[in-house]
Design a protein around this ligand. Structure first.
Ligand code: ZN
Length: 390
């Protein structure tokens, strides 16, 4: 398959240059679902770029009969953040104009619907379509979202126009509003284990990514990219359920956290690509040779609540001199890390113990730590749950 490659401008700069999104669009020979994949929304998180470039290569090796539907791929979805530097180092997590996290800026239809209940209310929609076929509900709800979203574009042309952040998010969300599956590839800013975020009732699909851990999304505000896409559908499912209509739409959004920041480690790329190919094959949208892998059925994902993740902050400034192995299990009172800390009366070593049993989930990339900076995180769990991790 040869992808259609689109270049969509997102900002005209003072220098006269234009930065753009590059989109790879693969279209199968039969209509079907649409998958949308992006990476590098946070500037320092680059393993997804390599994963998605390799996915483009893998899709090029197939023919159109092996794809049912469409796959859209945007490997570098936030060029402004990707190109941001401080000395050799990428940061790119925050919009330099507003200070906002680039992954907390997105347009959320559910919030829009609350503000405009008469035309866009989700409860009202559920009441109207409670007895309709699922296909009709999906088609009509998607159209309702699309109509609300289109109103933003009109504001581009007003005399006061729109700030960059709102222009950018419109252009990015415009690519995936009609998707069925959305995958947003991230990495930890630090060194971290691989995991994903999982929404309500989507646990069975999470397995296909073949990652060891998942954090369940019970609390969210809708402004992250995956949330903004999925949340209106979850709200609709809830409203239909209140009317005795139980439907879980085959509409899903995933944030994958693969590998470490500023790194494109070959093993992490392998794991990420394998998971994405396996997910797309499990959904039946693509037929890769040997996928879905046989091991998918026996793969076990450990699901955690976000509240189980405990962050440890440096009690003093200093240098991290001893650190645990990433992904290892620590027990209560076991030494977790050591800080070499210059104090008024000389250099002191400071040992910090784990407060409870857990898995070392991430560790600071920078071993030089100011007081109050993140040292590491531990995903805590009860001792009785050990068997499933070891
Ligand atoms: Zn990120």
């Amino acid at each position: 398959m040869i992808p259609e490659i689109q270049t969509r401008p997102i900002a005209h700069l003072a220098s006269g240059d234009t930065i753009s999104l590059q989109i790879y669009r693969f279209v199968g020979d039969r209509p079907g679902k649409k998958a949308y994949l992006q990476s590098n929304l946070h500037g320092a998180e680059v393993s997804g770029n390599v994963i998605l470039h390799q996915l483009v290569g893998a899709l090029c090796d197939l023919d159109a009969s092996q794809l049912q539907g469409e796959i859209w791929i945007v490997p570098s979805c936030n060029p402004l953040a990707t190109n941001q530097r401080s000395h050799h180092f990428s940061s790119g997590r925050y919009n330099p104009y507003t200070g906002h996290d680039w992954n907390r800026i997105f347009w959320d239809y559910e919030k829009f619907a609350v503000a405009h209940p008469r035309d866009y209310g989700i409860a009202e929609f559920a009441e109207r379509y409670r007895d309709a076929e699922p296909e009709e509900i999906v088609r009509e709800f998607r159209q309702q979202i699309r109509t609300a979203f289109a109103g933003i574009a009109d504001r581009f042309e007003t005399p006061e126009s729109l700030p960059y952040e709102e222009r950018y998010r419109y252009r990015l969300q415009d690519l995936c509003l009609d998707a069925d599956y959305v995958i947003d590839c991230h990495s930890s800013t630090n060194q971290a284990v691989d995991y994903l975020y999982c929404f309500h009732d989507r646990q069975p699909s999470a397995q296909a990514f073949l990652l060891p851990y998942a954090i369940l999304m019970h609390d969210y505000d809708g402004d992250a990219f995956d949330e903004a896409f999925c949340k209106p559908w979850l709200a609709l499912e809830r409203e239909l359920a209140k009317r005795d209509r139980q439907i879980v739409f085959d509409i899903e959004a995933w944030t994958l956290e693969i590998g470490s920041g500023m790194d494109a480690d070959a093993d992490a790329v392998y794991r990420g690509l394998r998971g994405i190919k396996n997910y797309l094959a499990s959904k039946g949208i693509i037929r890769f040779p040997k996928y879905p892998l046989v091991r998918t059925l026996s793969h076990k994902v450990e699901f955690f609540e976000r509240s189980q993740l405990v962050e440890y902050y440096a009690p003093y400034g200093g240098t991290l001199s001893v650190q645990p192995v990433l992904g290892s299990v620590v027990t209560a009172k076991q030494r977790l890390y050591q800080l070499v800390s210059p104090q008024e009366n000389g250099i002191r070593t400071h040992d910090v113990s784990a407060r409870q049993r857990g898995i070392v989930f991430d560790i600071a990339r920078n071993c030089s730590l100011n007081e109050g900076e993140l040292v590491l995180s531990v995903m805590e769990y009860e001792a009785g749950d050990d068997a499933s991790f070891l």
